[in-house]
Write a protein that binds this ligand. Structure first.
Ligand SMILES: Nc1ncnc2c1ncn2[C@@H]1O[C@H](COP(=O)(O)OP(=O)(O)OP(=O)(O)O)[C@@H](O)[C@H]1O
Length: 294
């Protein structure tokens, strides 16, 4: 099946910032979470996918078509939510719904009505009077109700209160339940990503520092406490990303935990005291600190 997104060797340079050789594939029907701190390059990557900016090198394919060349055709199939999207503050949500309905034959009014209720939005109210959370939900409603094949959501949950966050995440999860839709969404909130993503990419300093499916991310990382001394051989063990000496124990974080890990530690004279899974947030921070891409 044609992937929803395929980036190969993509580069983009700005004064003081660059995206470096980005390779990323989002299979059709999956949700990918793009995690990165402020300024990591998340919005730039999404703009490249939308054809809003042109890459300096590499290839960008969206729904099987080259971007930005195919952007006119492909954009009809993409729902893009970001700060770049300008809604008319003086017009009501109903006005926006009618406008999009007139342009997109796939507009689903019953679904739009359902989302109005779930998001507790008043369609006659002018958008200028909406709170930030209401504006985000209005934008998502306008996108979701036209059933795009691919959703590109740039930090859809940032700045939302916990209730609104839950509503938005549930709505995103629902989009996938009914049909074969693909979603790429960015966030610096790892909890949101953990909740709904099938795969995760960490972006830092313009590099993809890790990209895997969620289960293998969580399965592969462990925090191991042991007794013994840190050595060069320990630092060189596959996957070891951080070693902290908090005497009398040594804390080792590894991203390549498997059956060989404990025998390897024992062979170095370390006595393992405990092995704990790691949260996605801890995995992200450890990966970023160890990436060398400040
Ligand atoms: N058009 C542009 N011209 C010059 N620099 C740019 C441009 N667009 C983005 N940048 C720079 O690229 C870097 C990455 O920005 P980007 O918005 O992609 O990051 P981000 O991960 O989305 O950050 P945030 O979480 O703060 O939104 C920043 O240093 C930004 O200043």
């Amino acid at each position: 099946m044609i992937p929803a997104i395929a980036l190969q060797g993509v580069r983009k340079h700005y004064d003081g910032f660059a995206l470096h050789d980005i390779d990323l594939v989002l299979p059709a029907g999956q949700v990918m979470g793009l995690v990165g701190v402020n300024g990591a390059g998340k919005s730039t990557l999404l703009r490249l996918l939308m054809g809003l900016v042109r890459a300096d090198g590499g290839t960008v394919e969206v729904l099987g078509q080259r971007m930005p060349q195919a952007q006119v055709a492909v954009k009809r199939e993409i729902g893009y939510a970001s700060d770049d999207m300008r809604l008319y503050r003086g017009q009501s949500l109903r006005w926006h719904m009618d406008f999009i309905r007139s342009v997109y034959p796939a507009w689903d009014e019953a679904y739009a009505q359902d989302l109005l209720k779930r998001f507790d939005l008043r369609p006659q109210q002018a958008l200028g009077g909406f709170s930030h959370g209401q504006r985000v939900k209005a934008l998502l409603l306008l996108i979701f109700a036209r059933h795009p094949r691919l959703l590109l959501l740039d930090e859809p949950t940032t700045g939302l209160d916990p209730v609104a966050r839950g509503e938005v995440l549930d709505a995103i999860a629902d989009v996938l339940r009914d049909e074969e839709r693909s979603i790429l969404f960015s966030s610096h909130n790892t909890a949101d990503i953990e909740q709904i993503a099938d795969s995760i990419a960490f972006l830092h300093g313009g590099h993809v520092v890790a990209a895997r499916d969620k289960e293998s991310f969580l399965d592969g990382w462990r925090r191991i406490l042991c007794r013994g001394a840190s050595t060069e051989a320990l630092r060189r063990l596959p996957g070891v990303a951080s070693i902290r000496d908090s005497a009398p124990l040594l804390e080792v974080k590894t991203g390549a935990f498997d059956d060989a890990t404990l025998p390897a530690l024992q062979a170095l004279g370390l006595a393992v005291e405990s092995i704990e899974p790691m949260s996605l947030e801890d995995i992200f921070i450890t990966t970023v600190r160890g990436s060398g891409n400040a």
